[in-house]
Design a protein around this ligand. Structure first.
Ligand SMILES: [Zn+2]
Length: 162
């Protein structure tokens, strides 16, 4: 009988890198670490300016153009912005942001925003933001971003509108 070399299982701790503080724990499937999810989670970004304090004065100061755009609402802690809600405006991001002033005061203390070159670009970016930050499970958003009535635009990430 040939000697069978014992196969040692790879220690699972080698598969899980240490997490920077504040980063949510990545998805674990059994003992298999999903690097794709991990990298996506760490690199998820709103690609917006800010954070700025969510006040009427600040919105008027920094959001100076009447334009479609995207925004994220949340709070800051230890120099990190935690996004709680993502949204868009199809025509006036300044006006939309000001509608949020004073709502959910403990949670929506700051905002980030970006202009969009068209309502369609704003819709597609909102979809990406929504999915990148965990959708309705993680965000306060109760629903998937809605496309404007009369359009056949599709989400660039999921098949909800297929
Ligand atoms: Zn989607």
């Amino acid at each position: 009988m040939p000697k069978v070399k014992p196969v040692l299982p790879l220690p699972t701790f080698l598969l899980v890198p240490p997490l920077p503080p504040g980063l949510s724990f990545p998805r674990l499937v059994g003992q298999i670490f999903d690097w794709g999810e991990f990298l996506k989670g760490e690199m998820a970004t709103l690609s917006m300016d800010g954070p700025y304090e969510l006040t009427t004065e600040k919105v008027d100061e920094v959001v100076t153009r009447k334009s479609p755009g995207n925004y994220g609402l949340g709070y800051t802690q230890n120099n990190t912005f935690y996004v709680c809600y993502v949204g868009r405006s199809d025509d006036d991001i300044n006006e939309r942001l000001k509608q949020w002033v004073g709502k959910n005061l403990n949670r929506y203390t700051h905002f980030k925003f970006s202009y969009a070159t068209s309502p369609k670009m704003a819709f597609e970016k909102e979809c990406r933001n929504y999915h990148d930050f965990g959708g309705k499970d993680k965000l306060d958003n109760k629903y998937h971003p809605q496309r404007p009535n009369g359009t056949n635009w599709k989400c660039p990430v999921c098949n909800i509108y297929d």
